[in-house]
Design a protein around this ligand. Structure first.
Ligand SMILES: [Zn+2]
Length: 263
């Protein structure tokens, strides 16, 4: 069982060591910006590392939207991040499911996702597994509730696409965690990564506010049950820096009977 954390991108391997993590996730550029990622000087060291690496795509990416001025650059930015993630040997690139604007047809959003994979295939492929993550909020989201997720997978399931399950987003988004893994796998066939987060917001609040595993509104044992059922690597995206995240990782290792990496 690989367990780690979302960390600062400056020196991800040092961040991993500070948390005794065997997995890290980080951004390759400003998550709120549109700049393409620059090649990393530590690419060789990252590729050779024992630590498993995941890259989180910027939050601004929304490949589903009907707004051309967001969708077209989103596609390009996603492909640019995939190429950069492949260059450091990342195991996956996580991207949010996105949404359409109020009044727009969600069916077009799913088709825009299909076109994104077609565009990538025409450009030589993503080169790294793309993991679509469920989101917490909004009325027109592609991957907040499972009914939408099923329609999304109908549109893109023939492509090589993975899924990242965020426990905070699921709960705040209005999906019960009990039995959730089976319901998701019935749609996607797979869960590639779990984002293990507690939620400051209440069930179905639509709020994307992560909390440490022992805090928040979710029974932490439910988060553990999700991880156990998913059988996938885990990344905590929780507050508190090294101390807070190391405590969350320790808690999960204890609950799951997982061993720390050799120092
Ligand atoms: Zn997440």
């Amino acid at each position: 069982m690989r367990i780690g954390a979302h960390v600062d991108s400056t020196d991800p391997l040092a961040e991993a060591a500070a948390r005794s993590a065997d997995t890290v996730q980080f951004f390759l550029s400003d998550p709120q910006g549109w700049k393409a990622p620059k090649p990393r000087e530590d690419a060789e060291r990252l590729r050779a590392a024992e630590v498993d690496l995941y890259v989180h795509a910027p939050y601004v990416i929304n490949v589903a939207t009907l707004n051309n001025r967001i969708r077209i650059p989103s596609r390009k930015l996603l492909l640019g991040h995939a190429t950069a993630a492949a260059a450091i040997g990342a195991k996956g690139l996580i991207v949010h499911g996105g949404h359409v604007n109020a009044g727009d047809d969600l069916a077009v959003g799913f088709d825009n996702w299909r076109k994104t994979f077609a565009y990538a295939a025409d450009s030589g492929g993503f080169g790294v597994p793309v993991l679509i993550e469920n989101t917490a909020g909004g009325d027109n989201a592609c991957a907040r509730r499972l009914d939408a997720l099923a329609r999304l997978w109908d549109a893109i399931g023939d492509h090589e696409v993975g899924f990242c399950l965020d426990t905070c987003h699921a709960y705040a988004g209005g999906e019960e965690l009990l039995g959730l893994v089976d319901r998701v796998k019935a749609i996607t066939g797979r869960i590639d990564l779990v984002h293990a987060n507690n939620s400051k917001g209440a069930f179905n609040s639509g709020q994307d506010r992560h909390d440490n595993l022992g805090g928040g509104t979710i029974d932490p044992e439910l988060v553990v049950a999700v991880i156990r059922a998913a059988g996938a690597p885990v990344v905590v995206e929780t507050p508190g820096g090294v101390t807070g995240q190391a405590a969350d990782i320790d808690f999960l290792r204890q609950q799951l009977g997982a061993e720390s990496p050799a120092a």
